[in-house]
Design a protein around this ligand. Structure first.
Ligand code: GUN
Length: 296
């Protein structure tokens, strides 16, 4: 059984991005700029945003975080997004999810310019992804692809079972893996799937993104399967100073011995997400410069 650590893969991505962004800044005299919008005080969101800021600092990207109280109005956010869309210095815009219930997530995400949508959540980008056209790829699925590539895990002809149908992970990873070039056979399961175990047990590659701590046990997994655990769940742990620890959607200790390879939590897929956001930010900056040159 091989443990698929995210850190060495993310490091490889950062080293490449350091080189590429230095070259980009040198040749365009423009520094990639990421704008992040954070609403409310969810501790996990705070921690993710802080990781994104540090990653920008490492690569020398400009960044600004716009923090709002839980009670902020939709109008206020839409007005900021409109300003950021029009700001020529801003390359990427990210609204940290989840948003408080009174805000309509779809309205807000749809108002980000598709060219600046570094999360790849805008319907135009989602449509292009499904069609197999070039488009920004959501960061977590892109991180999974990078890991599969890095560890030499072949997807062509393999049966991939995705558990979870979220817009952020389940839908895009399924759409990416069945595209020409990756050529997997993909089954998507969700909370209403009957006989889930029978289906997950067929998977050569099992991708789990359901947000239920240690839900997948060895009975769900075929001998020798590759397991990609996308879950990051906080569970209470009085032995830890912070009072909690992180576990995945997969019961690692139970499942790992049965697999040929498995991602740990923490230290697996989660490590990749911010690196891929940096990739998407540089990519957005490049596309906008190229377009500016074409228009000039
Ligand atoms: N919240 C959890 N994952 C994500 C993500 O990939 N992007 C954004 N914007 N928010 C998230």
């Amino acid at each position: 059984m091989e443990t698929l650590w995210g850190k060495p893969v993310a490091e490889e991505v950062y080293l490449q991005l350091e080189e590429e962004s230095a070259r980009f800044i040198e040749s365009t005299d423009h520094v990639p700029h990421l704008a992040v919008i954070l609403v409310g005080s969810d501790p996990a969101s705070f921690s993710y945003v802080s990781m994104k800021e540090k990653a920008c600092d490492r690569l020398g990207f400009d960044h600004a975080t716009y923090r709002f109280d839980e009670s902020v109005s939709e109008e206020r956010l839409l007005s900021l997004l409109s300003k950021l869309n029009d700001d020529p210095l801003v390359d990427g815009i990210l609204v940290q999810l989840p948003l408080p219930g009174h805000l309509d997530t779809t309205t807000i995400l749809d108002s980000i310019s598709p060219q600046k949508d570094v999360d790849g959540f805008h319907p135009v980008n989602v449509g292009n992804l499904l069609l197999g056209n070039p488009s920004p790829v959501p960061c977590t699925p892109l991180g999974i692809l990078k890991m599969l590539e890095h560890y030499g895990i072949e997807t062509a002809g393999k049966h991939v079972v995705v558990v979870g149908r979220s817009d952020i992970v389940g839908k895009p990873i399924a759409a990416l893996l069945f595209q020409k070039g990756r050529d997997a056979t993909v089954t998507i399961c969700h909370s209403k799937t009957q006989n889930l175990r029978d289906i997950t047990s067929l998977a050569d590659i099992l991708v789990v993104a359901i947000g239920k701590p240690r839900f997948i046990t060895s009975g769900y997994v075929k001998e020798g399967a590759v397991v990609i655990d996308v879950g990051i769940n906080r569970i209470e742990d009085p032995d830890r100073i912070r009072g909690y620890r992180l576990v995945g959607d997969v019961d690692y200790d139970d499942v790992a011995p049965k697999t040929s390879a498995i991602t740990p939590v923490p230290g697996g897929v989660g490590v990749m997400t911010v690196a891929m956001l940096m990739n998407n930010t540089l990519q957005a900056a490049r596309m906008r410069r190229d377009e500016a040159e074409i228009l000039a």
